[in-house]
Design a protein around this ligand. Structure first.
Ligand code: TYD
Ligand code: MG
Length: 449
């Protein structure tokens, strides 16, 4: 066997260098090089049988039809369900509910399933399964961290769906590197992918994310798998959002909404209602906007609070669930184009309920919430607003206005402030079309004519 030597491998892009450095020379990530032992054949991938070329019409497409997971919010994100032989990576912070979701998935699966628990004992999993009413006769448990043993168990148990919890906790003793290292994570993932393809078996792997939200050992895994799901939410709220960030079998724009309850995750088909439950009408500093997540319209409350800053200190700005850069830009536009000078005020803004509002269509709601807070005057309670705000203070149209308006009408709103060029309205909502931020402020009674 060739002699092992030490190399330093970047945990972001997996480039190896013989010398340690504070910064990766390839992807320029800081502090990402980790020591590992390498033998010349350590990175060898499992060998595949040679593929045979066939006519496209002879390919059996039926074998890649997704099988429903019986969890509607998960099906929505996956575009119908799990595809046989596909490998899905579920990322999310510790404690967000990854294990819970996957145990529920296994329990609902109509055929035999295998849960490989590399982090928790079988007893711990059993206790959680009881809480989730997931103690099913065809749900098998394997508390194991060694990849060869896991593969043997898959051969013996013959499950129709496998969950690996987590990919960072399993290891292949044949690889000369510590569990959790880039070589291990990538090597194990590659091996699992080839097994999944060979057996036509759907596999879901849990992946931990680092503090800044990346999947540990990240991009390399994203390339290896078919689908990357991200499970998000504020641990102090019960709301959980599921998104696909990569999906070879469908769109990545759908959003799944769950609520963490005492007995597991419950799908939330009517998310707008949930987001608006705690809303207090008549309060200053609040605006409602119909946003779109994929095909799904959601009504979200944007809140703002402004306060005179103590002199001498630069005023604080904080954006929760909103983009900080966008907040700064809109404050500048408000000051220059609408004469609302918040330059000496602290500004706190948030999208309520743990959602992330990243589309520019939420600009108008953020502006109106800030001005409403500044003047301490509420917006009319029955109004929704949307529109992108340009640097000249002009309002630009956003996509799918009718779908947004229909959702607002369904939730009982009767007026909408929209960009002048927006598409036609829907029944039950009176439109006020405005060309500029100033006109929008006038329309909601926050400016004098
Ligand atoms: P878990 O699925 O273990 O998270 P992850 O695998 O992402 O680390 O879920 C952890 C949290 O969920 C834990 O703090 C307890 C809570 N929880 C509930 O609120 N209800 C439940 O039914 C379950 C099983 C967990
Ligand atoms: Mg877990």
């Amino acid at each position: 066997m060739a002699k092992a030597r030490v190399v330093y491998r970047c945990t972001e892009c997996s480039t190896a260098t013989p010398k340690w450095a504070g910064r990766c020379g390839a992807c320029e990530a800081w502090n990402s090089l980790a020591e590992e032992l390498s033998t010349p054949n350590a990175m060898a991938l499992p060998s595949f049988a040679p593929a045979v070329a066939v006519r496209v019409g002879e390919v059996d497409a039926a074998s890649t039809r997704p099988q429903t997971t019986a969890i509607a919010e998960l099906d929505r994100v996956l575009g119908g369900g799990l595809v046989p032989g596909s490998v899905t990576l579920l990322g999310g912070e510790p404690g967000i509910g990854k294990s819970t979701l996957l145990l529920q998935l296994l329990a609902m699966w109509p055929q035999r399933t295998l849960y490989v628990s590399a982090e928790e004992s079988a007893q711990q999993v059993r206790l959680r399964a009881e809480r989730l009413s997931a103690v099913q006769p065809e749900l098998w448990l394997l508390p194991e961290t060694s990849l060869p043993h896991i593969l043997t168990a898959i051969e013996q148990v013959k499950p129709q769906l496998v969950v690996i919890d987590s990919v960072q906790a399993i290891a292949d003793p044949a690889l000369p590197s510590a569990p959790g290292s880039v070589v291990q994570v990538r090597g194990c993932a590659h091996r699992l992918v080839s097994e999944a393809k060979r057996l036509g078996l759907p596999v879901v792997m849990v992946g931990h994310v680092t503090k800044d939200g990346g999947l540990a050992g990240p991009r390399l895994l994203e390339h290896v798998v078919d689908t990357v799901l991200s499970f998000e939410g504020d641990r102090h709220h019960s709301l959980r959002l599921l998104r696909a960030t990569k999906h070879r079998f469908g769109s990545t724009s759908e959003l799944g909404v769950f609520e963490m309850t005492g007995t597991g995750l419950a799908g939330v088909p009517d998310a707008s209602r949930l987001f608006l439950t705690d809303r207090r009408t008549g309060a200053a500093g609040s605006a409602i906007t119909p946003t779109l997540e994929g095909q799904r319209p959601l009504l979200v409350e944007v809140q703002a609070l402004t306060n005179k800053a103590s002199s001498g200190l630069p005023p604080r700005r904080s954006a929760q669930g909103l983009d900080g850069g966008r907040l700064a830009l809109l404050l500048a536009v408000l000051e220059r184009r609408a004469a609302v000078a918040l330059g000496t005020h602290e500004v706190f803004a948030s999208a309520v309920g743990g959602v992330r509002l990243t589309e520019p269509g939420a600009d108008l709601a953020l502006c109106l919430a800030m001005v409403s807070a500044f003047f301490d005057r509420p917006l009319p309670a029955d109004v929704v607003v949307f529109g992108e705000v340009g640097l000249a203070g002009e309002l630009r149209q956003v996509a799918h206005a009718p779908r947004r308006l229909a959702e607002a009408a369904r939730m009982g709103f009767t007026r909408a402030i929209v960009p002048a060029n927006s598409a036609n309205g829907v029944d039950g909502i009176a439109l006020t079309r405005v060309c500029t931020l100033n006109e929008a402020l006038l329309a909601v009674g926050l400016a004098k004519a």
